[in-house]
Design a protein around this ligand. Structure first.
Ligand code: AR6
Length: 169
């Protein structure tokens, strides 16, 4: 698992091919990491999101992922994925694993060599951190993703500790 790193800091500063956004299904921005990514990328990102096909306002159901350009970010792409709202979207563990897996698959199919993940669903969506870290690390550690340099950008000391524990176990 030498291809997986943990970094404490703001994901919008990541120098990677693709930054993963913990978005909502509408893909029109929001708070948390989604807000930070849209602010840093500028209006081009929102314009790209608006162009994604929508069904009843849904551009990306929970567990799926979509890819756009990255506006002013250093990355080439933003991969927008939607994690489960804990206690609402079920089965939560499967949906969270799918969000990671579909993001990784989009990165691979677009020729990315590196990508950065935030802690999907661990903020407003309320996923228990330890369980989320286990799922994130287990999907990212699959042999098919070994050629990718994967960074987890985490904000707090606590989150870094939880992720490190998952990576080491
Ligand atoms: N860099 C890295 N991590 C961050 C940053 C940042 N700049 N900003 C926040 N985090 P959340 P969710 C952490 O709530 O739970 C949005 O409104 C944050 O501390 O952003 O998947 C969307 O539009 C937390 O650990 O995402 C959706 O409506 C983690 O990122 C909803 O929130 C994820 O927290 C998605 O909720």
């Amino acid at each position: 698992m030498g291809n997986i790193k943990i970094i404490q800091g703001d994901i919008t500063t990541a120098e990677v091919d693709a930054i993963v956004n913990a978005a909502n299904s509408q893909m029109l921005g929001g708070g948390g990491v989604d807000g930070a990514i849209h602010r840093a990328a500028g209006p081009e990102l929102l314009a790209a999101c608006k162009k994604m096909p929508a069904q009843n306002g849904i551009r990306c159901p929970a567990g799926e992922a979509r890819i756009t350009g990255a506006g002013n970010l250093k990355a080439k792409y933003v991969i927008h994925t939607v994690g489960p709202r804990y206690g609402v979207n079920e089965p939560a563990a499967q949906l969270l694993a799918s969000a990671y897996q579909n993001s990784l698959n989009l990165a691979v199919s677009h020729g990315c060599r590196s990508l950065a993940f935030p802690a999907i669903s661990c903020g407003v969506y309320g996923y228990p951190h330890r369980e989320a870290a286990g799922i994130a690390v287990s999907v990212c550690s699959r042999p098919e993703y070994e050629p990718l340099a994967i960074c987890f950008y985490l904000f707090s000391d606590d989150m870094v500790a939880v992720w490190k524990q998952a990576l080491e176990s």
